[in-house]
Design a protein around this ligand. Sequence first.
Ligand SMILES: C[S@@+](CC[C@H](N)C(=O)[O-])C[C@H]1O[C@@H](n2cnc3c(N)ncnc32)[C@H](O)[C@@H]1O
Length: 270
Amino acid sequence: MQLNDATFARFSAWMREQSGMHMPESKKTLLQQRLLNRLTARQVSTYEAYLRLLQDPDEVQEQAIAVDLLTTHETFFFRERKHFDWMQHEVAARPKNSSLNVWSAASSTGEEIWSLAMILAHQLGEQANWHVLGSDISLRVIAQAKAAHYSLNRVDGIPSVLMRKYCLKGVGKQDGSLLIVPALRNKVEFRVINLALPLPEIGLFDFIFLRNVLIYFDVNGKQDILNKVIKKLKSNAYLFVSHSESLYGLSEDLKLIQPGIYQYKSVVAA
Ligand SMILES: C[S@@+](CC[C@H](N)C(=O)[O-])C[C@H]1O[C@@H](n2cnc3c(N)ncnc32)[C@H](O)[C@@H]1O
């Protein structure tokens, strides 16, 4: 089935409207492959007809499915391990009764959320005053994150001491999987949040993880998200992006202190 350039451009504009994400011409084949099954499922015979369907305001569910299919959700436990090592030291240096709020702002299926929760519980205690908010644009991945249930072949990155403390290995029917312990599951809130829209009232955070998501936005999209996310940082708090992402030139208030780790020091307040 063919997708002509004009229709692709309209899909790309639709995607930007829905999620803020930029889909350049080079993503045309990917879009074609990822949406093909939806044409069959919805019994439409052209990409043009499927796009018309997506533009129907009553098709909220189909819109979410398409955005989800066109988004990359790749993630794994303790991805970019140096960030977690750094955070562990930073948290260890604080008084045990500190209150700490952490936001995983494009959490995908939750591996980043649980990596953070394990570090916080290990350093401060399971009952201490820390909380994690995990959010993503996709309800599907947030539901998976909340289920906290993973295949054992995807958990290599979890340090063995944390694995023993915070992961329950499945037996019988659950053989080959693990479940995050309830003590950690009770400390995490899950929400669907689209970073391209005005952000809801979620409070202020000591650490925000915004890793491997800005790469999907053009410079204006990045700037817009960053402006909103910065407002959710406490003074002197930390923002993490991926090692391969740079915030150079996007904010005067963020000081690079380690690869991918920025500290918020407002120039206005100084
Ligand atoms: C590659 S994953 C990154 C997961 C994790 N942060 C990591 O570094 O391993 C990117 C995630 O960003 C989410 N995402 C894309 N656009 C978004 C938006 N506008 N608002 C919120 N999340 C978004 C996707 O659904 C996807 O789950």
